[in-house]
Design a protein around this ligand. Structure first.
Ligand code: ADP
Ligand code: MG
Length: 688
C-alpha cells in the first residue's frame, strides 16, 4: 500500500521486486546498498545468539519475574502483594496523625475550647430558663431578680449562637487543611515510590486510596470528631443538670443509678456492635479495590472486549464484583447499624420508665420545674450515650481510611529522589561530555532470585554512539534500568563524567539523561506541550526540531499547528509518528546522554531509517547515544557495538572490527541474518 491506496496485490514472490522498488524510493539514496528486499532477513532473530543455541522466545518481564519468584525463591509466587487488612481498633497514632494534619496543637486546643463552650451553653441555657421561670412565679414578673434572670438567659442564648458560628467556621477549615495535607503527602510518597512497588501494587488499589479513602476523609471525619467531643461534653453536662436539678438526695440517687445502668447496658451493646462493624467496614474497603481495578482495566480494554464479543461475560463478572462490594455495605448499613439502633432505643425506654417511676414516687417533695427538667434530661441522657457511642464507632471506622492513607504516606519504599546532603554537589558544567563507566555493576531486581548483572564493566567514551545487541533477556533493558537508577545497584558503580551517579539526586541524574522507549510516551495536550512539557522554547526552535525529525509536514497539516491537540497516549498519531515526536522532544532537551530502548521495534523500515539518519546527522559528535536494537542495520554505522549475553559483555568493539573478525559472535549474528554484506558496507562507510 502507498498513500492509502493499494499499489499491488499478489503472491509474495511475484510482488517482491515491486515492493523493493517502493521501499528504495521511500528510503531515499542514503543507503544505496541496503537491499531493501532483505529487510525481513535483517530483522534478526536474536534468539539465536553467539553460541548458536536456539532459544525459545524469552519470557516477558513480568511473567519471568513471576515464575522466578515461584521457582527460585520458593516463597510467594506472585509479584502482587495481598492488600494489607489491618485488624483491631485504629491506633492512637492514627488519631494524632489526623489531628496533626488538621493543624496540630493550636487547632486541637481551639477545637476543644469551642466545643466545650458549645456543649456547656445548652444546659446553662436550660438552667437559666428554669431560674427565670422560678423568679417569675406568682407576681414576680417585674422583680429586678426576674429581669436579671431574663438577662442571663438571653446571654446564654446569644453565646450559644456565637459559639456555633465560630465552630462552623473552624471545622470546615480544619477539614480542608487536613485533607489537603493527607492527599499531598500521599501524592509525594506515591510519586517517589520505587518502580518495584508499582509492579507489586495494582492500579485500582492506588486509585481507591486517592478516591474512596480521601473522599470519605473529606466528607465525614471532621464532623464525626466534632460529634464525638460534643456528645462527650453533653453527657457530663446532662448528668450534672439531672443531679443538681432534682435537689432531693433520694431523687438524685435514682437519677444517677438510672444513668449508670444505661451507660453500662449501652457500653455492652456497643462493644458487640463495634467488633462486627469494624470488620464489615474493612471488608467493604477491600472488596471495592478489585472492582475499581477491574473497571479501570475494562475501560482501557473495552475495544478488545467488544472485538471478542465478550460483553456478556464481562458484565457478569462486573455484576458479581459490584454485588460483592455492595453486600458488605448492605450488611453494615442495613443490618448491623439497624440492630444497634433498635437495641439502644430499648435500653433508653427501660431507663426512662424507671425514672418516671422514681419521679412519681417522689412527687410529694419535687417541684413541677424540677420534675420536668429531670424527666426531659433523663431521656436526653440515653440519647446522648447512644449518639456518643455511635459517633465514636463511626469515627473509629473512618479512622481506617486515615490509617490507609497514612500507610501510603509513610510506609512506601522510596527512590532516593533527594541528593545526599553531605555529598559535594557536582561541578556546574557537569555532565559536559557524557562518558559512561560501568564498574563491576551488580544489579538484582527485588523480585528476582538471581542478579541480572554480576560484575558488568565497560566504558563508553564521551560523545560516541553505542549499539547494544543481544538476545531477549540478555539484560539490555536492564542497562537502562541501572543507568536511570530505577533499581539501585547492589554493588559496583556507574560513573558519568567522573562522578559516581550514586552521589547525585535522582533529579540531577535523570535531568542529564533522555530515554526513548519502545512504547513512546505522549501526553494529552498540544503538540507544543508534548515537545517541551516543562521548558519554554521559541516556536522557531520547536519547528526546527519537528523539521529535523521529519514531522513538520504532518504537524502543519494538523489543525492548529503547534497547538494541535494530541489525544491521550498520542492515539491520534501513528506509532511511527509518536516515536518521531519523542525524538523531536529528545532533540529539544539536548541532554548529553540519549538512551533508545528498541525505539524502532514497532515502526516500519522507512521510519526506522529516518530515525537512524537523524541519529547519524543530529546526534553525531554532540551527545552519547546508547541504542538497544534488534535490527542489526539500526546500529551497523555506530561507533561501538556492545554484545550482551547472560548479563555479561561478550563483545565490545567497532562494528567493522567485529564484522571482520572471523570468530566474532556479532559477525556470526550478521551472517545468520543473511545481510552480512550490506551490514559490512554500512560499517565501512561509517568509518570513512
Ligand atoms: N522488573 C523486573 N523484575 C524482575 N526481573 C526482571 C525485571 N525486568 C527484567 N527482569 C529480568 O532480567 C533479565 C534481563 O531482562 P531485560 O534487561 O529486560 O532483557 P532484554 O532487554 O535484553 O530483553 C531477564 O531475565 C528478566 O527476566
Ligand atoms: Mg528489553
Amino acid at each position: 500500500m502507498h498513500a492509502g491506496r493499494v499499489v499491488a496485490v499478489g503472491p509474495p514472490d511475484a510482488e517482491i521486486r515491486e515492493i523493493q522498488e517502493l521501499v528504495k524510493q521511500a528510503t531515499g539514496s542514503s543507503q544505496p546498498n541496503s537491499r531493501a528486499g532483505s529487510r525481513n532477513a535483517s530483522v534478526v532473530d536474536l534468539s539465536t545468539v553467539a553460541d548458536g543455541t536456539e532459544v525459545v522466545a524469552g519470557p516477558t518481564k513480568k511473567s519471568a519475574a513471576i515464575s522466578e519468584g515461584g521457582g527460585g525463591g520458593g516463597g510467594s509466587s506472585k509479584i502482587t502483594k495481598e492488600e494489607e487488612r489491618s485488624r483491631g481498633a485504629a491506633k492512637l497514632a492514627t488519631y494524632l496523625f489526623y489531628l496533626r494534619a488538621a493543624g496540630g496543637l493550636p487547632f486541637a486546643t481551639a477545637f476543644m475550647l469551642v466545643l466545650g463552650l458549645y456543649s456547656s451553653m445548652d444546659p446553662l441555657q436550660s438552667l437559666a430558663l428554669k431560674h427565670w421561670m422560678d423568679e417569675m412565679a406568682g407576681d414576680g414578673a417585674t422583680k429586678p431578680e426576674a429581669l436579671l434572670a431574663c438577662g442571663s438567659y438571653t446571654l446564654a442564648a446569644t453565646g450559644l449562637i456565637a459559639v456555633t458560628m465560630v465552630r462552623n467556621i473552624i471545622l470546615p477549615y480544619a477539614s480542608v487543611a487536613a485533607s489537603k495535607k493527607l492527599h499531598g503527602g500521599m501524592v509525594r510518597s506515591v510519586m517517589h515510590a520505587t518502580v518495584s512497588w508499582y509492579e507489586a501494587t495494582p492500579l485500582g488499589r492506588i486509585l481507591n486510596r486517592f478516591s474512596g479513602d480521601i473522599s470519605k476523609i473529606d466528607q465525614s471525619i471532621a464532623s464525626q470528631f466534632k460529634d464525638v467531643v460534643v456528645f462527650a461534653f453533653n453527657l457530663v453536662g446532662i448528668a450534672l443538670v439531672c443531679s443538681l436539678g432534682t435537689g432531693d438526695p433520694k431523687a438524685q440517687i435514682v437519677v444517677l443509678s438510672a444513668v449508670a445502668l444505661a451507660t453500662i447496658c449501652s457500653w455492652l451493646v456497643y462493644s458487640i456492635y463495634r467488633v462486627v462493624a469494624r470488620e464489615q467496614k474493612r471488608l467493604e474497603s477491600v472488596t471495592k479495590s478489585p472492582l475499581l481495578a477491574f473497571f479501570a482495566e475494562l475501560v482501557q480494554g473495552a475495544a478488545v472486549v467488544r472485538a471478542f464479543g465478550e460483553q456478556q461475560r464481562i458484565i457478569e463478572i462486573l455484576d458479581a464484583r459490584v454485588d460483592n462490594a455492595n453486600r458488605t455495605l448492605y450488611n453494615l448499613e442495613g443490618q448491623t447499624n439497624q440492630w444497634l439502633r433498635v437495641t439502644m432505643n430499648l435500653i433508653g425506654s427501660l431507663v426512662t420508665a424507671s425514672v418516671v417511676a422514681a419521679v412519681l414516687w417522689q412527687r410529694e417533695d419535687l417541684g413541677g420545674g424540677d420534675a420536668g427538667l429531670t424527666l426531659s434530661y433523663s431521656t436526653q441522657f440515653v440519647g446522648a450515650v447512644n449518639a456518643f457511642l455511635t459517633f465514636k464507632s463511626m469515627l473509629e471506622i473512618s479512622m481506617n481510611d486515615v490509617e490507609r492513607v497514612g500507610e501510603y504516606t509513610k510506609g512506601l519504599p522510596a527512590e532516593a529522589y533527594e541528593a545526599d546532603p553531605h555529598a559535594p554537589s557536582p561541578p556546574k558544567e557537569w555532565p559536559s561530555a557524557g562518558a559512561i563507566d560501568f564498574r563491576d555493576v551488580r544489579l538484582k531486581y527485588p523480585t528476582a532470585s538471581t542478579p541480572v548483572f554480576e560484575a558488568l564493566s565497560f566504558s563508553v567514551p564521551a560523545r560516541t554512539r553505542v549499539g547494544v545487541v543481544g538476545r531477549t533477556g540478555a539484560g539490555k533493558s536492564s542497562l537502562a534500568v541501572a543507568l536511570f537508577r530505577t533499581v539501585e545497584l547492589s554493588a559496583g558503580s556507574i560513573v558519568i563524567d567522573g562522578i559516581d551517579v550514586r552521589r547525585l539526586s535522582l533529579q540531577q541524574l535523570r535531568s542529564c539523561l533522555s530515554i526513548i522507549q519502545q512504547e513512546p510516551t505522549l501526553f494529552q495536550g498540544t503538540v507544543r506541550y508534548n515537545l517541551a512539557p516543562v521548558t519554554e522554547h521559541a516556536d522557531a526552535e520547536l519547528w526546527d526540531a519537528l523539521r529535523r525529525s521529519g514531522l513538520d509536514a504532518k504537524v502543519e497539516a494538523m489543525s492548529g499547528g503547534l497547538d494541535a491537540s494530541i489525544s491521550e497516549g498520542g492515539s491520534n498519531l501513528s506509532a511511527g509518528e509518536r516515536q518521531l515526536l519523542c525524538m523531536a522532544r529528545a532533540m529539544l532537551r539536548r541532554r548529553p546522554i540519549l538512551v533508545m530502548d528498541e525505539a524502532t521495534a514497532s515502526v516500519d523500515h522507512v521510519t526506522d531509517t529516518h530515525i537512524q539518519q537523524m541519529v547519524k546527522r543530529d546526534f553525531k559528535g554532540n551527545c552519547t547515544v546508547i541504542t538497544i536494537a534488534h535490527r542489526l542495520h539500526t546500529v551497523a554505522f555506530y561507533d561501538r557495538i556492545l554484545l550482551l549475553g547472560g548479563g555479561k559483555v561478550q563483545e565490545f568493539d567497532t562494528p567493522l572490527r567485529l564484522l571482520t573478525t572471523s570468530n566474532s559472535s556479532f559477525r556470526k549474528l550478521a551472517e545468520e541474518s543473511g545481510d552480512y554484506e550490506s551490514l559490512l558496507q554500512a560499517a565501512k562507510e561509517a568509518e570513512e
